[in-house]
Every structure is written in structure tokens, then in C-alpha cells.
Design a protein around this ligand. Structure first.
Ligand SMILES: NC(=O)c1ccc[n+]([C@@H]2O[C@H](COP(=O)([O-])OP(=O)(O)OC[C@H]3O[C@@H](n4cnc5c(N)ncnc54)[C@H](O)[C@@H]3O)[C@@H](O)[C@H]2O)c1
Length: 406
């Protein structure tokens, strides 16, 4: 089989998981990493067992052994890193959010189409077997047309004044914090599962911790620390949000997003209510899918390959009773993307389900922008910009849903 060279820019928290995941594929060589300086690149390359280290991302992109560029830098570097990779006609796998605004994300969609390369965004929850099970059950009409989708993504790692991240600094993270960081996951996930796009939003955003104590030196994501030697900074981006959503297939919904909710770690869940049944999936109990019925007993479907639909079964790699988790789903997403690359997939070819493209990244950025605008206007219904997905978005419409709900 063809071997593919991978280079990663931004070896922080999630970068290590990108490396771990591609190593499991068996046909990808992790060739190089680029960090913010030569010294940190060398240190990280040694720790991660990567042969080449660059203190400058342009040098990594120019390396002929690197065929696929992974971008796991802080949000403000996504556009320059991706544009440079596209100029070198390298395939790009970027972490979310694709860009800090919808127009910037749109620019990346257009540049990727022009470069004719494979482009992906790691909306990794798509890679869970039971997420694919829910998607397929809805596509096959098993729960009837979906009329309501609700859920949340709550965390607590920003509850204290001493909790700090570049995500809270608008010039590094973008104007939105919680919504762009984790709300975007929920929005992509439910659109993917129910096969409908969010087209209007009504939002109320809050900054609960409006003054924080910023550490003198930058810390890795999610690090905790004491209050000594810190600078007081005013925070304007939201750490809590309530959003109503309307979908283009007629479904209505709501989501709560927060990073200041004690006891909640990665408490992401959604429930889809259809005319015949309901489905609920909780990220923290990801090996179970709840099926709710009116005319029969409710059920829990376990992640057991022998009980799953044909597509979902391909995302489960252990027999029933063995738990699969976040890193396995992440690997499934990268398997979908790299299999597409190896097969010589072109942008117009059908994408495997867990593979989100830049068009999906643009859609998520447009939802974030609409949520910010809705809040600025005092909480009014706001249309999500849609400049087309370039024909290669991978959130496929489910015919069963489209036919019946109007
Ligand atoms: N898909 C997911 O579930 C998920 C999870 C976490 C983070 N993310 C996304 O991944 C990205 C990184 O987040 P993180 O939590 O890993 O952050 P992080 O701060 O832990 O890592 C970012 C890394 O980029 C490096 N960096 C900074 N400037 C650089 C430069 N000029 N060149 C090369 N490297 C540079 C930093 O030194 C750091 O090592 C963000 O966009 C975030 O939204 C996604």
C-alpha cells in the first residue's frame, strides 16, 4: 500500500492525539512536527518520537516528505497555516474551528477547491460507532421525521478566575469562546446525525467570569495554576450560552453550552425526537444509545458490532462489552480521511460519513457568527449565512426526513 507522510503543526494537547491516531492506521508515517520555536519543536519531536523538528511551519510545509499537513495550532494561526499548505498543494486536516469568522472560513473553502487537494476538519464525535448508528437509523426513517433536537455541551474547566487559555483572548481564539470551542462540535454533530442544517438561531450569551488572572507565561490548554504573578484581565467572550435553533428540514431545537458548570467535564449529549421514536446519545456514555418509544418499551442499544447497522459496524473495532472511546472515534475520523486520500478521492467524490470537509467547517463558522450577531441584536432570530458548500459538504440530507416535514 502507498505510504503517506504526515506533518503536524502545533504539537499541544490535541496534536499528540492526531499523531497517535494516524500511527494506528498502519500506512502513515509521522515525518515532522513544527512548534513555535526550534527548541520546543526538538523537545516535542523527541518526546513523540518524530524524526524531524521545525521551529517554523513554512519549512515543514515545504518538506517534500510531508504529503498531509495537520493543523492543531491556536485558532488565530489556522488561516495563515492552511493558506500556506494550500499554496504548496498539500492535503490539509485542520482541527476546529476552521477559522475565527465565516468569511475567513469561506476563503479557505475556495482556496482548497482551487488547490484541488483533500481538506478535512476534525469534528471527531462523528467517528463514534453509535453516532453513525443514530445517523443511519434516522436516514432510514426508523424514528420518523425528526421534529425536535436538543442537548448540551457543558464543561467546568474555566470556572475559576485562575483558569486561563488563549481561547479567551479574542485576538487568539476569536470573538466567541465557548460556542466556537465546543458549541461548534454540537452543531456539526446534530446536523450530521439528523441530516438537516441549522439555518436560524436565537442566542443569549453570558460572561460569568468577567475578570481572570492571566499567567505570565502561556500555559498548555486546560492547565491549572496558582494566583501568584498574574495579570488581571477583562474577559468579553462568552463562557455560557443558551441557543434556540431552526433546521432547514423543519426541526426545531435548543442547546446549552458552558465552560463554567461545576461537575461537567465533557458533558456533550443530544436527543432527536422523531414522529415514531427518539434517540439520545451521551458522549460520556458513548457506548450506549437510548431509544425512546411510546408504544413499546424504551431500550438501550449497546455498542456491539453484531447489533449495529452496516455502516456503523465499520466504526466499531472491538466486540460487544469492550468499551470504545474518544481516541478510537478520533482514529475513525482520520481513517476516513486517509482512506479517501489513498483511494485518490477528489473533492466531488462522495466522502465517508465521519469525514467533515472545509465546507462543514465553514457551516460551523457561519453558525457561530450568527449566534454572536443574534446576541448583539438583543436576542433576535438571525439567519445563518450560507454561501453554498462548494458541492463537497459531507452532511448528507436524509430523504426520509425531507419528504415529510414541512
Ligand atoms: N477536536 C477536538 O476535540 C479538539 C480538542 C482540543 C483542541 N482542539 C482544537 O485544536 C487547536 C489546538 O488546541 P489545543 O487545545 O491543542 O491547544 P494547545 O495550546 O495545547 O496547543 C497548541 C500548540 O500550538 C503551538 N504553537 C503556537 N504557535 C505556533 C506556531 N507559530 N507554529 C507552530 N506551533 C505553534 C503551541 O506551542 C502549542 O503547542 C485549537 O484550534 C482547538 O480548537 C480540538
Amino acid at each position: 500500500m502507498t505510504r503517506i507522510g504526515m506533518g503536524l503543526i502545533g504539537p499541544g494537547f490535541v496534536g499528540a492525539h492526531h499523531i497517535d491516531a494516524v500511527r494506528r492506521l498502519g500506512f502513515v508515517d509521522v515525518v515532522a512536527i513544527a512548534a513555535s520555536s526550534d527548541a520546543s519543536a526538538r523537545r516535542k519531536a523527541e518526546a513523540l518520537g518524530v524524526p524531524k523538528a521545525y521551529g517554523d511551519y513554512e519549512a515543514l510545509i515545504a518538506d517534500p516528505d510531508v504529503h498531509v499537513v495537520h493543523n492543531t495550532t491556536p485558532n488565530y494561526l489556522h488561516v495563515p497555516v492552511i493558506m500556506t499548505a494550500l499554496a504548496h498543494r498539500k492535503h490539509v486536516i485542520s482541527d476546529k474551528p476552521l477559522a475565527m469568522t465565516a468569511p475567513e472560513a469561506r476563503r479557505l473553502v475556495d482556496a482548497a477547491a482551487k488547490a484541488g487537494v483533500v481538506h478535512a476538519v476534525t469534528f471527531n464525535y462523528r467517528g463514534n460507532p453509535l453516532v453513525q448508528q443514530a445517523r443511519e437509523m434516522i436516514a432510514l426513517g426508523e424514528i420518523g421525521p425528526v421534529h425536535f433536537v436538543h442537548g448540551q455541551y457543558l464543561q467546568d474547566w474555566l470556572l475559576e478566575q485562575t483558569d486561563f487559555s488563549w481561547r479567551l483572548e479574542p485576538e487568539k481564539g476569536g470573538e466567541s469562546s465557548a460556542i466556537a470551542d465546543i458549541g461548534s462540535h454540537w452543531c456539526d454533530l446534530v446536523q450530521h446525525v439528523i441530516g438537516q442544517h441549522i439555518v436560524e438561531v436565537l442566542a443569549e450569551l453570558t460572561t460569568v467570569v468577567d475578570t481572570r488572572l492571566k499567567p505570565a507565561t502561556s500555559t498548555e490548554a486546560f492547565a491549572r495554576g496558582g494566583a501568584e504573578g498574574r495579570e488581571r484581565v477583562t474577559i468579553r467572550s462568552e463562557d455560557l450560552a443558551t441557543v434556540l435553533v431552526r433546521f432547514d428540514g423543519g426541526a426545531k431545537g435548543s442547546v446549552s453550552v458552558g465552560q463554567v458548570c461545576a461537575g461537567h467535564k465533557n458533558d456533550l449529549w443530544f436527543e432527536a425526537n422523531g414522529r415514531r421514536a427518539s434517540l439520545r446519545w451521551l458522549q460520556e456514555h458513548q457506548n450506549e444509545l437510548w431509544i425512546g418509544r411510546r408504544d413499546g418499551p424504551n431500550a438501550i442499544l449497546p455498542k456491539d458490532p453484531s447489533l449495529l447497522t452496516a455502516t456503523a459496524r465499520g466504526y466499531a473495532h472491538l466486540p460487544g462489552g469492550h468499551q470504545e472511546a474518544w481516541a478510537d472515534a478520533f482514529c475513525n475520523v482520520l481513517r476516513d480521511v486517509y482512506s479517501f486520500i489513498v483511494a485518490g478521492g477528489r473533492p466531488s467524490d462522495p466522502h465517508p460519513p465521519a469525514f467533515a470537509t472545509f465546507a462543514d467547517g465553514y457551516r460551523a463558522a457561519a453558525i457561530v457568527d450568527a449566534i454572536l450577531e443574534s446576541h448583539r441584536q438583543g436576542g433576535v432570530w438571525t439567519t445563518v449565512e450560507n454561501e453554498g458548500d462548494g458541492g463537497n459538504g459531507s452532511t448528507q440530507r436524509h430523504r426520509a426526513t425531507e419528504k415529510t416535514i414541512r
